[in-house]
Structures are given as structure tokens and as C-alpha cells.
Design a binder for this molecule. Sequence first.
Ligand code: FO1
Length: 341
Amino acid sequence: VAVNTLERPLPFKSVVTLVGGVGGAKFADGLARCLPPGSLTAIVNTGDDFTRYGLTISPDLDTVMYTLGGLAHPVNGWGLEGDTAQMLGMLKRYGDDAWFGLFDRDVATHLLRTQWLTQGISLTEVTRRLSDALAIPSPILPMADRVAPTLIDTLEYGVLPFQEYFVRYHWQPTVTRVILPDGIPATRAALDALARADLIIIGPSNPLLSVEPILNCIGVRETIAARRAAGVRCIALSPIVAGQAIKGPAAKLMQELDLPVSASGVADRYEAVIDGFIVQTGDWPYPVAEIGAVSAGGAVGTSGTLSRTLSILETEIVMHSLTDRARLAEEVLTWATRLVD
Ligand code: FO1
């Protein structure tokens, strides 16, 4: 999809997006379609990574890589289009419950990743090799090279590894706490990308399960704060529309943790890091004033007090097609240029 129909070129040379799985990957793909090759970097959550049958699996890295490579499964959003399930069938024949969907061609990615990690190669370098082989021009960076598992404390099963909560139990257990590991250093490559960024965009990913694991890595919040102090904007997209998650457990989880289940509830979570927020049209509950070309919505903060104003873009944020991805990305980038002016 050819885009960037703008009359003047976008002023961004180095856009960094922080993303998790399917929703974030689609938005990153929209950005990649609007920006010159190589000017987008995706920093990706690795809190969902785990080991299965001895293989190291990085679901969000692979989802972003397959999506940017035009290879993702069109319905699931994760895994490869047209993949087959021969191996899963054989596992089941052996009596294995095979609850994690490892499809045949996808296994090649996990085999190489596992082999290279076993040889002492970093996850950053492994991801570079895989995405280079798939001819993806946008760097895809894991948030950390060290293992950084997110754990989910549940009423029914106690503490679960992330994929057991998400895939094995279809995110149905009641969550009492999301446990992020302490002291995980962000990679040098991720921090360098943020330090060079002229725009930082938090994708429409799950704030608690996908974005906060990235923000929690040592150096990430500090580097974003330093860029913002230098005038670079950090903006985020809501993964919640009309009180419902676009996909996955975000709304259910926020409700279980007693957080307001709304776009503004997500903005509250990001209050310390963002200058602007993008929501579905009609979804911002506070008066939005036009200031120049940029609308400013008030009242960030769960107390309802107007702690500061936040620039708000209201638009169609649900991406059904490739055209939607590119249109949303172009709208967001165009709006962000006015935040900078
Ligand atoms: N998600 C599922 O809901 N079921 C699966 O069987 C499944 C398999 C899978 C295999 C490889 C991969 O890269 C991702 C996979 N995912 C699956 C998605 C993934 O586990 C989650 O979407 C993310 O961890 C949440 O962002």
C-alpha cells in the first residue's frame, strides 16, 4: 500500500514504537508503510517469552517480524499465513496436550533462535539475523537480552507463567496481580534507539501486559524522559475502544485489577510518559478544546482532577485492513508533526 500522500515530507527521521503482539504489530506495519525504509525501530515486549519442548519462543518478536515481513496469519495475527499443523498432530498422537500452537514452518524460527541463543548469541542479534533474512528494513529490537518473564497471579491457579495464563487457560482466570521482574536492563540497542528518536509512539498494545514490561526495563523511562525534556514527543494509542479491548484481555484484566476500563484509564497508566494520546472518535470523556491545529483534552488522573492537559487525537483506531494500518499511521504521524511545531 503506497502512502505518505502528504504535501510536505514528514519531519521524522527516527521513529521508535514500543509494542507487544498483534495490535502493536499491525500499527508498526502501518508506520513502516508511511516512513522511509529504516527510519522505524520497534522495541518489543519479551515478557511473554518462554521455553516449550526445549525451544525458546518469543511470541511478540515473531508477531512483529512476521507482520512487518508480510507473512503473518491474516486471522490469528500471530504465526505464519498458510502454515500447517503436522507436528502438533504428531505431538497429540504421542499423548501430549499440545496446548501451545506451534505450527510447522513457525518451528524453524524457534529452532534457529534456540540454537543461536545456546551458542551465546544475544536475542538482539538473533532477531536481527532472522529479520534480515526476511528482508525487513525496520530494526526489531527485544526490550531485553536477559530473560524477563511476566508472571500472572490468579485467583484460580495461583501464579502462572504468562503463556499458561494466556494460551493454555485462554486468559479466563481472574487476575489479582501482574508480576514484572525487577532489575531487567533494557538492551543497549533499545536505549540507543530511544536516545536518537525524534518521535516515540506507544502502540495500541495491552498497557499492563505488553507496554509496562518494556517501560519497566532499566533505562527506558529515564531515556524517554530525557528525550521529552529535549522536546521530543511521546504519544500512545489506546487499545480500548468504548470500554472494550480491540483484541485480547486488556479490558477484562483492567476490570479485575480495579482500574477504569476506558481509553482515559489507559491514558492514566501512561500519564508519566506521554504528551499525546490517540483514541477512537467519541471515546474521550473530557471536553476537548482546539488549540491551534491540535486538540487538547484535559483531566488526566484517576482523581478526576485536571493534573495537566494532554493532546488528544480522536480518529478511527481499529485496523481491519492493510489500508487501515497505513491510514492510521499517516494520521498519527501528521498529527504528531503539529505537536512538534
Ligand atoms: N496465541 C494463542 O492464543 N494460541 C496459540 O496457540 C498461540 C501460539 C503461538 C505460537 C507462536 C507465536 O509466536 C505466538 C503464538 N500465540 C498464540 C500468540 C501469543 O502467545 C500471544 O498472542 C502473545 O504472547 C500475546 O501478545
